[in-house]
Design a protein around this ligand. Structure first.
Ligand code: GFB
Length: 391
């Protein structure tokens, strides 16, 4: 007999093939800005693949000056959905809510998942709960899709490290898709920084045509013909403050990308996080000279500078003008176009501690393009010279 559930779905106008009987996974990218969210995204993608659930693609959460509520930007504004499908089943959150949720995730079944109960911002709320919508961006995120939760589920001691344990099977045992068609997490089901095993998933995160076009247009219209170095200068006031932590920590944000996840390649130091203009100019000069020696037919003609604050265009032009190299930046503040241009540069020098730089490094690694970090390895170490000799 044809199961009544599927008859109902067809009557409701939903093709049974559209619904993934293995279930779905949603989460709020509620921590940090783009770089942090991108790290988490790779972990969330790996986790949903290990649990064999379709990943509901969260929008990117953005913050605008003067606005108290976050803005949710659909995943496909910046990246191609079809590329992700080469790795695993995914669906845009808007599409899920419009076509699938009415069938398998009605309002009374919406349960939020958190490891342990969280404290409410309202002290009068003492119930054990995830308070998944308390605060910004939590509330605005779920509100974008008119999602309210009726209950909380505390999933501890289960965790997200599917690479070093059989936890994926445990998730499936405890939360079978037949009873739990959607697992909706209060935060990303992933670690920060991204786990080493998940870095290669960057291959499936490919810029949308719109962003690629903007990047190409800028390069064509603004950079002199020839090779260019893309550099990331992270130097805003938030960063200056954050770099204070280099004095007391072994790792900060994305620093495992150069120091190694267990500090195999060294300890954290201030210059790795925040660079003087002298460090920047010196390292650029060195790279330009090296390229000149080894690749005469494609010498460096320009520097593309991406920065959250001070691009140092004047300083770089003053220092490199005599070498016939000019510095350029976007006219507008556009982090995604900055990233896309850095991803295509002939050479890249980034900030090892910044997860914004880390996005570029991963993209270039999967493409086989060369990347370097400011002040790494540490000056006066012989390894520093060797690294550049490798060019
Ligand atoms: O991306 P993100 O997590 O990287 O946050 P970090 C930094 C944000 O600053 C980016 C802007 O998402 C951009 O909005 N930004 C940084 C830039 N660099 C550029 C750039 O080159 N061009 C443009 N247009 N915008 C850490 C966070 O930032 O900063 C931590 O991971 C914490 O959570 C710390 O907030 C202070 O890893 O660099």
């Amino acid at each position: 007999m044809f199961p009544i559930f599927w008859i109902l779905l067809i009557l409701c106008g939903v093709n049974s093939e559209e619904i993934d009987s293995s279930g779905y996974l949603a989460y709020c990218p509620c921590m940090g800005r783009f770089g942090n969210q991108a790290d988490h995204f790779l972990g969330g993608l790996a986790f949903s693949q290990a649990l064999n659930r379709t990943l509901i693609l969260p929008p990117w959460v953005e913050y605008r000056k003067g606005e108290i509520r976050s803005i949710q930007v659909p995943y496909d504004k910046y990246f191609k959905v079809e590329k992700l499908l080469e790795y695993h089943r995914v669906i845009l959150m808007h599409d899920f809510m419009e076509h699938i949720a009415p069938q398998i995730w009605p309002p009374e079944k919406r349960i939020s998942f958190c490891y342990l109960e969280r404290q409410s911002l309202n002290k009068e709320n003492t119930k054990k709960d995830c308070y998944a919508k308390d605060g910004n961006p939590f509330g605005p995120f779920w509100d974008t899709y008119n999602i309210d939760f009726v209950k909380s589920e505390f999933f501890g001691p289960l965790h997200f490290d599917v690479h070093h344990s059989d936890v994926a099977a445990k998730w499936s045992q405890k939360y079978p898709s037949s009873n739990w068609p959607v697992l909706a997490f209060t935060g990303a089901p992933a670690s920060f920084p991204v786990q080493m095993e998940n870095r290669k998933l960057q291959k499936y995160v490919v810029w949308s045509d719109e962003i690629q076009e903007k990047a190409k247009k800028f390069i064509k219209e603004n950079l002199p013909k020839g090779a260019f170095i893309g550099i990331h200068l992270r130097n805003g006031i938030d960063w200056v403050r954050a770099c204070e932590h280099t004095k007391t920590s072994q790792h900060l944000f994305a620093s495992p990308q150069c120091l190694g996840y267990n500090n195999e390649k060294g300890d954290l130091y201030q210059e790795l996080c925040l660079q003087t203009k002298e460090i920047v100019v010196k390292q650029l000069k060195r790279l330009i000279k090296k390229v000149k020696e080894i690749n005469k037919s494609n010498e460096i003609k320009s520097i593309f500078v991406a920065s959250d604050s001070n691009h140092h265009i004047g300083d770089i032009n003053a220092a490199l003008g005599r070498m016939g190299v000019s510095a350029h930046k976007l006219d507008e503040d556009n982090p995604h176009v900055d990233l896309a241009i850095l991803g295509t540069a002939n050479y890249f020098i980034g900030n090892c501690v910044s997860s914004f730089s880390a996005f570029v490094k991963r993209e270039r690694d999967v493409k086989g393009f060369p990347s370097y970090f400011w002040a790494f390895p540490k000056e006066r170490s012989h390894r520093y010279e060797n690294k550049h000799d490798e060019l």
